[in-house]
Design a protein around this ligand. Sequence first.
Ligand SMILES: Cc1cc2nc3c(=O)[nH]c(=O)nc-3n(C[C@H](O)[C@H](O)[C@H](O)COP(=O)(O)O)c2cc1C
Length: 222
Amino acid sequence: MKILAIHGSPRTTRSTTRQLTRYVLDGAEEAGAETELVDLCDLRITPCTACEGCAFNGICVYEDDMPVLVERMKEADGIIFASPVYIDNVSGQMKVFFDRLADAIHYQLLAGKYGCSVASTHTSGGDEVVAYQNHVLNYLAVVSVGGISVATGGDPLAVGSREADARALGRNLAAAITAGFSDPHQEDEIAGNRAFFKDLVMENRDFRPEEYDRWVARGWIP
Ligand SMILES: Cc1cc2nc3c(=O)[nH]c(=O)nc-3n(C[C@H](O)[C@H](O)[C@H](O)COP(=O)(O)O)c2cc1C
């Protein structure tokens, strides 16, 4: 069982969000998971320019680190999104990464995985950023088991005080992967997205035949 955390603070090892994410991964490891944490700021990810090149063959015109990261996401059983709150939203690094997931979302390349979200903030927006990241997981057809956010108020000990909660979240994610987890609300949302993207997959059948066939095989196109 592999769990991949994708972390969007540019403060890397000094990051509060990263420390909180580390606790979640520690909990997952206690439950038997193999874990990996990727710092987005170590990678070269070009912002999407809406050229729609990926729509034709799934390959972005930019030859950067994003394709390898998507492959690592495909290989994982669990995915964690982790970001600091920047002006009431995810960091720019995280948003650039999200925008480059359009093809993975349209073709539901990560369907069937589980995930969760992590955020840290000084004061406000932590729960909203957790909810937003979980919403992106649902766009990817990944079911979230929840999330954790910490408002530090500038206290360097604030994150440590939530270690037990963070570890519990990691154990829950590992348990979902091994035993399954159902959330009818998220499953309805994912089914609605899939019904919407189905038209695109059918329209693009001639130049993405392997994706069309995969959708038929999975019963997503009748
Ligand atoms: C550009 C920027 C924007 C921020 N915006 C907010 C904000 O809107 N609300 C808030 O409470 N804290 C805000 N903060 C504070 C960070 O969310 C907080 O320090 C967070 O814990 C940093 O996480 P990190 O150590 O993982 O980078 C902001 C910090 C930066 C650098």
